[in-house]
Design a protein around this ligand. Structure first.
Ligand SMILES: CCCCC/C=C\C/C=C\C/C=C\C/C=C\CCCC(=O)SCCNC(=O)CCNC(=O)[C@H](O)C(C)(C)COP(=O)(O)O
Ligand SMILES: Nc1ncnc2c1ncn2[C@@H]1O[C@H](COP(=O)(O)O)[C@@H](OP(=O)(O)O)[C@H]1O
Length: 607
């Protein structure tokens, strides 16, 4: 294809022309008079190597249409020059030095090269629009558009579109009614930070935006929403942004500043008011708030606060009873079935409960029967921040398990609780005698009470008493005496309970939020209410929260609380229980509060 230059920009005579390839030689031009253009003799000039059948139905304005390709322009219906025009086949590559407006194109290929403002209104089924104008306003309807813009653009489109934007330009004010993909690449030059700023309004779902800024800026944004806007302002960032709205007018501004990687996810199920995350640390994962998100977040905070208060209150109340030296009951018996079968295996039950929560929530997510995990990640900053992705769940479970192991089972030898005991002067009483008895038994019968004890975890030069664990000591007839013996029961039950609560609460809160539409309905969570201004997405009667497995977990949590009370009433000194309590809080606070406010840690743990 020849290189062409537009030869005539405007024809004040009113004649219409079709221009051929550059070169200036008239012999290269095949002027094929368009009935429309020629008959009209208005203000448009057009040239085309093989134009045919161009029809002008109306006045032709001061426009010049150049065909830069070899394709034909078989038909142009113009009610006003090129505006409006209908091309039933293929415009080829049209170069417009003025404005395209009201073009109806069934073919493909528009090119706007105006140095001044250009306004295009295009309806077609398949078009490529390449715009170099400083300021374009393009309104497109129909489907399958590719818009390559080298300029600032205002684009209004309907239906499915692909837009790619490059060369230090920005796309703004985009309205879409269909499924769209917008790819915007922004090159930053000379180490300067680039800025891509977008405001996008959608009235339909499934729109994604990809901003790729070479140089110092790199954004990837995805939007699935109705009536939303997303603004990315670049700094030295590389990040991902996801905004999901099902309804409402929403805006998200994020990823500002001079930080490193950042990830932003905002999900909003239904509400009209999303504020930006202006308070973000520059290199942080972003928070964004929605009104329902704020409600849900406030509710979550409230529940968390209550949960965090419950266990100290139980310990204090139990201690009040404890100091009155109550009569013994079934629960004061260490061998009671609840202690032996449940508390002594508490981490096993906790693990099963955790798996039940996750599995039930995933089921709810995959079905339409309840809010589940998806909603838990769609209602606001905290909820979106707590990821229920598999690896995040495993990591958080592993962290909780690790802390349980360190405190009660093993910490490079004795577990922490036993080390505290030993360090404060405690030890195992009576075990030495047992060992001696065992040693004196030369030929013990299997199962004999005096049969040799298993090898002690003893190092040779240390006093025996200080080197066996409390569990070993008690299991072999010794008595764990002296010192300061942190309550393992208090620790384990509180730690397990807080872990389960902090995994469960976002799901419960979201269940309430989603099923009432306002984010704060209580009934749906416990299955007693089906009313409220529902968003129409869930049915309270079948929510995750009301499922049998979640009820069982809530029952287990109530039982754990009861057993904490029994420990407080019948066992240990107050300080020992207090230490168990404090250590039971440590891991959960570290993960769900401290790490959650730390960008990197939060991203790793999904909080
Ligand atoms: C569909 C997607 C699913 C996603 C699931 C996500 C995450 C799950 C991740 C992993 C779980 C998978 C497998 C887990 C594997 C094994 C589970 C192990 C469970 C156990 O912990 S079994 C051991 C149980 N033992 C206890 O609980 C002992 C508790 N007792 C004590 O700690 C002490 O006795 C004490 C502290 C209560 C008191 O000590 P003393 O004072 O009496 O000495
Ligand atoms: N709620 C409870 N019910 C029954 N026994 C309890 C209990 N809380 C603590 N104990 C018992 O008190 C002892 C110290 O518990 P801990 O240090 O874990 O808090 C343990 O005894 P044993 O180790 O002899 O079973 C434990 O079983």
């Amino acid at each position: 294809m020849s290189v062409r230059q537009p030869e005539v920009l405007a024809d004040t005579t009113g004649a219409s022309h079709l221009h051929g390839p550059t070169g200036g030689s008239p012999s290269l031009f095949h002027r094929e008079p368009s009935p429309l253009l020629d008959s009209d003799r208005a203000d448009t000039e057009a040239s085309n190597t093989k134009s045919s059948g161009a029809v002008n139905n109306g006045s032709v304005q001061k426009k010049t249409v150049y065909s830069l390709g070899g394709s034909s322009v078989p038909s142009i219906d113009s009610a006003g020059g090129v505006s409006p025009s209908t091309n039933n086949s293929d415009f080829g590559n049209l170069s417009n030095l003025g404005n395209f407006s009201n073009l109806a194109n069934i073919g493909d290929g528009l090119k706007s090269k105006s140095d001044r403002n250009s306004s295009s209104r295009v309806s077609n089924s398949s078009s490529n629009i390449n715009s170099n104008s400083n300021s374009n306003s393009n309104t497109n309807s129909n489907s399958n558009f590719n818009i390559n813009s080298n300029s600032d653009n205002g684009i209004n489109k309907s239906n499915s579109n692909d837009i790619s934007n490059s060369n230090n330009s920005s796309i703004s004010n985009i309205s879409n009614n269909g499924s769209n993909t917008i790819a915007s690449s922004h090159s930053s030059q000379n180490g300067q930070n680039g800025h891509t700023h977008q405001t996008i309004g959608f009235s339909a779902d499934d729109t994604s935006i990809h901003n790729t800024n070479s140089g110092n800026v790199n954004f990837t944004s995805t939007i699935n929403n109705r009536d939303g806007s997303l603004g990315n302002n670049g700094g030295d960032n590389a990040g991902d942004s996801t905004l999901g709205n099902s309804q409402g007018v929403s805006s998200l501004a994020n990823n500002r500043g001079d930080g490193g990687d950042s990830t932003s996810r905002l999900y909003n199920s239904s509400n009209p008011d999303l504020a930006s995350d202006d308070e973000l640390p520059p290199d942080g994962s972003s928070s964004a708030y929605s009104s329902s998100g704020k409600d849900a977040t406030a509710l979550l905070y409230k529940f968390r606060f209550i949960v965090l208060l419950v266990y100290p209150i139980i310990i204090f109340l139990g201690e009040l009873v404890h100091i009155s030296q109550p009569e013994g009951t079934y629960f004061s018996n260490k061998r009671n079935i609840f202690n032996v079968f449940f508390v002594k295996r508490a981490w096993l039950w906790t693990t099963l409960a955790f798996i039940a929560i996750v599995v039930r929530a995933k089921v709810a997510t995959n079905s339409t029967s309840g809010p589940g995990i998806k909603s838990a990640t769609q209602s606001g900053s905290i909820l979106k921040a707590q990821s229920y992705a598999g690896y995040h769940l495993v990591l958080r479970y592993a962290a909780a398990t690790f802390w349980w192991v360190l405190f009660t089972q093993w910490f490079f030898g004795l577990p922490i609780m036993d080390r505290v005991f030993v360090l404060t002067g405690g030890g195992c009483d009576g075990l030495v005698e047992k060992v001696a008895e065992a040693a004196m038994s030369t030929n013990p019968a299997p199962g004999d009470a005096t049969s040799p004890l298993p090898p002690l975890p003893v190092t040779s030069n240390s006093p025996l008493n200080n080197l066996v664990s409390s569990a070993y000591c008690r299991a072999h007839g010794g008595t764990w005496v002296g010192g300061y013996d942190p309550s393992g029961h208090t620790f384990l039950l509180v730690h397990a309970s807080l872990f389960l609560w902090f995994e469960l609460l976002p799901l419960i809160v979201t269940g309430r939020a989603t099923s009432t539409g306002t984010g704060i309905g209580i009934g749906s969570a416990i299955g007693t209410s089906t009313s409220g201004s529902s968003s129409g997405t869930t049915k309270p009667a079948t929510t995750f929260t009301t499922s049998l497995s979640v009820r069982l977990v809530l029952g287990l949590l109530a039982f754990w609380a009861w057993m904490v009370l029994m420990t407080a009433v019948y066992f240990h000194s107050f300080l020992e229980k207090l230490l168990g309590l404090v250590c039971g809080y440590l891991e959960v606070l570290l993960v769900y509060v401290v790490a959650a406010n730390h960008p990197q840690l939060g991203a790793i743990l999904g909080v």
